[in-house]
Design a protein around this ligand. Structure first.
Ligand code: IPM
Ligand code: MG
Length: 368
């Protein structure tokens, strides 16, 4: 049998730097755990635009459809700010999500104990936090038609459309309930059913899926604005949150900051199972390309490394190895090896991106 395949799209800004550390980790699992991958590399975002004039070449898109999992770094940067909307770096990422039909975006927000003091909230509010946001990723106002900037009555009007079909809501609700079964068994669904018809339908369908197939799960509904407030007030009340594309974009950034640093948060974007039973999958850190620190060896590779841990868990059914990698990152933090984003102002010399990666490798060695 051939090895499972990985396509690495390191992208822009700090993407290549943090991905270089992931490559070390991938090699470690090959050398020490017999987990070998066929790894290929390609371009996305501004890097793809520079080479091909588009943020994702058709050949790259086709290759992404064939591999077992895509690992993505980050896209975008000020150099590309003035590009036409249709070729902006972000469009490359949105194309991957849409064409691979990656409808379930898993964004865990976990507060590592060693980092609880970095949160803008009090330690007792965030210590031990472990929530999972499931964001719908292929529909809603990101993709709904009509969209565009049009002329109307002598002025311009900008239009985006919030649109959800029953089947789109149904499948992401199932993804959330399935996850909750492996966690604390609670799902909170967030929408704006008080003002939006798409929210009314969302609530109805989530409830119907629950009643038909997931009665063992505790389901609650919340308006998304209240959800944002509750995430800051008392985040530990949540287990799994399921919400639409735009609300999920906002709420996952809020949840991210609870944990202290955006540099810690991984994500998985999953679609339907492929022929080999593995889901279509793309893994990426929640942080962006951070152009202000790119190329300086300052970036925290943890989110990208933890995204690979999610790949081990969700694509390759290697939950124990994912646990091993997550524990290694946690140990490094507890030992006080920190990149600049995780230093107190008087905290001494920060670790570089590669020192952080090497420390994770050392912790993996120690785990054997
Ligand atoms: C995210 C990002 C993206 C989004 C951008 C880069 C297109 O903010 O993954 O949360 O809006 O979905
Ligand atoms: Mg976002």
């Amino acid at each position: 049998m051939s090895n499972p395949s990985l396509l690495i799209l390191a992208g822009d800004g700090i993407g290549p730097e943090v991905m270089a550390e992931v490559s070390k980790i991938i090699d470690w699992f090959g050398a020490n755990r017999g987990l070998n991958f066929d790894v290929s590399h390609d371009l996305v975002g501004g890097a793809a635009y520079d080479a091909h004039g588009v943020p994702l070449a058709d050949e790259t898109m086709a290759h992404a459809q064939e591999v077992d999992a895509v690992l993505l770094g980050a896209v975008g940067g000020p150099k590309y700010d003035d590009l036409d909307f249709s070729v902006k770096p972000e469009r490359g990422l949105l194309r991957l999500r849409k064409e691979m039909d990656l409808f379930a975006n898993l964004r865990p927000a976990q507060c590592f104990d060693a980092l609880a003091d970095f949160s803008s909230l009090k330690r007792e509010v965030v210590a031990g936090l472990d929530i999972m946001i499931v964001r719908e990723l292929t529909s809603g106002s990101y993709f709904g038609e009509p969209r565009g900037i049009f002329e109307e009555n002598g002025e311009r009007v900008g239009i985006n459309t919030q649109r959800y079909t029953e089947s789109e809501i149904d499948r992401v609700a199932r993804a959330a309930f399935d996850l909750a079964r492996k966690r604390a068994g609670r799902v909170c669904s967030m929408e704006k059913a008080n003002v939006m018809e798409s929210g009314i339908l969302w609530r109805e369908v989530v409830q119907a899926v629950h009643d038909a197939d997931y009665a063992d799960i505790e389901l609650s509904h919340m308006y998304a604005d209240n959800g944002g407030m509750q995430l800051v007030r008392n985040p530990k009340q949540f287990d799994v949150i399921v919400t639409d594309n735009l609300f999920g974009d906002l709420l996952s950034d809020v949840a991210a900051m609870l944990t202290g640093s955006l540099g810690m948060l991984p994500s998985a974007s999953l679609g339907a199972p492929m022929e080999n039973g593995r889901p279509k999958a793309l893994y990426e850190p929640v942080h962006g390309s951070a152009p202000d620190i790119a190329g300086q060896g300052k970036a925290n590779p943890s989110a990208c490394i933890l995204s690979f841990a999610m790949a081990l868990r969700y694509s390759f059914d290697e939950g124990a190895e994912a646990d091993r990698l997550e524990a290694a990152v946690e140990k490094v933090l507890a030992d006080g090896v920190r990149t600049a984003d995780l230093m107190q102002t008087d905290g001494g010399t920060p670790a570089s991106t590669s020192q952080m990666g090497d420390a994770v490798i050392a912790a993996l060695d120690a785990s054997l």
